[in-house]
Design a protein around this ligand. Structure first.
Ligand SMILES: Nc1ncnc2c1ncn2[C@@H]1O[C@H](COP(=O)(O)OP(=O)(O)OP(=O)(O)O)[C@@H](O)[C@H]1O
Ligand SMILES: [Mg+2]
Length: 314
């Protein structure tokens, strides 16, 4: 653990701002440190600035202010060294081509000056369920296959860092699960993965850390488990035997909400607290003569947490 915290970040972003030519400010002084071999998920609504940030880190767009280093290489001064460590799967697909799948992926590796490695290309195509399409022309692929081809291209030069800008948009559920597996496998070999997604369950499933961007600002970045623990709340829903008009004063110390015309009581409690307070709440209800017919607990998902963060700050 300590070891991890003293390791230099593989990517360091500092004071990064971007104002487009039309005057629109898409990023506002973003600071971000990405650790080696973590999976970082970036969440944010449409237009938040995710693609802009990725494009700058990958050296495809210039920042207005700020710096980015990749494994110590400044992305502008040392572009080639920095870029050679990165595999990028862009959000927009540009794959209209009469080349075959095999040629496209092999060529991609060559572009980075790496020697041919048919075994590796085969493994990548198999991992992405594209092997039986290897001799097909790219224009003959479906949308989901094209997206997987983009991933194959990005992996062809064995990058240490992989950026996936909405990797699973348009990919069916089963293949999406295969893709998650592949990404986990890559991480085990030491690859650092940064992905953006609109599927919150994808972030919940995959990420070690989660960053939330809105309107060009990094609202928070945190370990997923910590985020869920800190912001996750649990609710206990109590169906009452008889409706009550108001809550007795004896119950004033609990966070309670009476709904459903007095038939339902919702108790919200903190998952971090040492005690949930459920036992004493039930005892106090009993003492106040309120009988409970049924009860159920539920916990907030990452989605609830995300929605509340973005709503509070907009
Ligand atoms: N070339 C450009 N010129 C002007 N404005 C741009 C340009 N590219 C992006 N923007 C604006 O910058 C903001 C951020 O866009 P960006 O593509 O980074 O968002 P995003 O978080 O990736 O959104 P999405 O989830 O829809 O992919 C948007 O308001 C967008 O309209
Ligand atoms: Mg985008």
């Amino acid at each position: 653990m300590l070891q991890k915290s003293i390791t230099a970040p593989i990517i360091s972003v500092s004071g990064l701002s971007k104002t487009y030519e039309n005057g629109f400010q898409a990023l506002k002084s973003v600071d971000l440190e990405i650790r080696e071999s973590e999976i970082l998920a970036l969440l944010g609504p449409n237009g938040a600035g995710k693609t802009t940030m990725i494009s700058i880190i990958c050296g495809l767009a210039n920042p207005s202010t700020g710096t980015v280093t990749v494994a110590g290489h400044d992305i502008r001064r040392d572009f080639r060294a920095a870029r050679s460590l990165i595999g990028l799967v862009p959000q927009e697909l540009h794959t209209e081509s009469f080349e075959t799948v095999w040629a496209t992926v092999s060529f991609s590796r060559g572009l980075f000056g790496k020697p041919a490695n048919p075994k590796l290309i085969e493994q990548i195509l198999r991992d992405l369920t594209l092997w039986d399409k290897k001799d097909n022309k790219v224009i003959e692929l479906s949308g989901g296959m094209k997206r997987r081809l983009m991933i194959a291209k990005a992996l062809s030069h064995e990058p240490r860092i992989l950026f996936l800008d909405e990797p699973t948009a348009g990919v069916d559920v089963e293949l999406r699960k295969d893709m998650w597996q592949l990404i986990h496998k890559l991480r085990e070999t030491g690859v650092t993965v940064i992905l953006t997604t609109h599927y919150i369950e994808e972030a919940e499933e995959m990420a070690d850390r989660i960053g939330v961007i809105n309107k060009g600002e990094m609202l928070l970045i945190e370990e997923k488990s910590e985020l869920m623990r800190k912001l996750g709340r649990k609710q206990l829903t109590l169906e009452l035997r008889e409706p009550v008009e108001a809550l007795p004063e004896a119950l004033g110390r609990y966070d309670l909400e009476l709904t459903n015309e007095g038939q339902r009581l919702i108790y919200t409690y903190d998952t971090q607290a040492a005690r949930t307070g459920i036992t004493s709440l039930l005892a106090d209800l009993n003492r106040s003569g309120i009988a409970v017919r049924d009860l159920e607990t539920s916990s907030s998902s990452l989605e609830d947490i995300f929605v509340s963060i973005v709503r509070d700050r907009s």
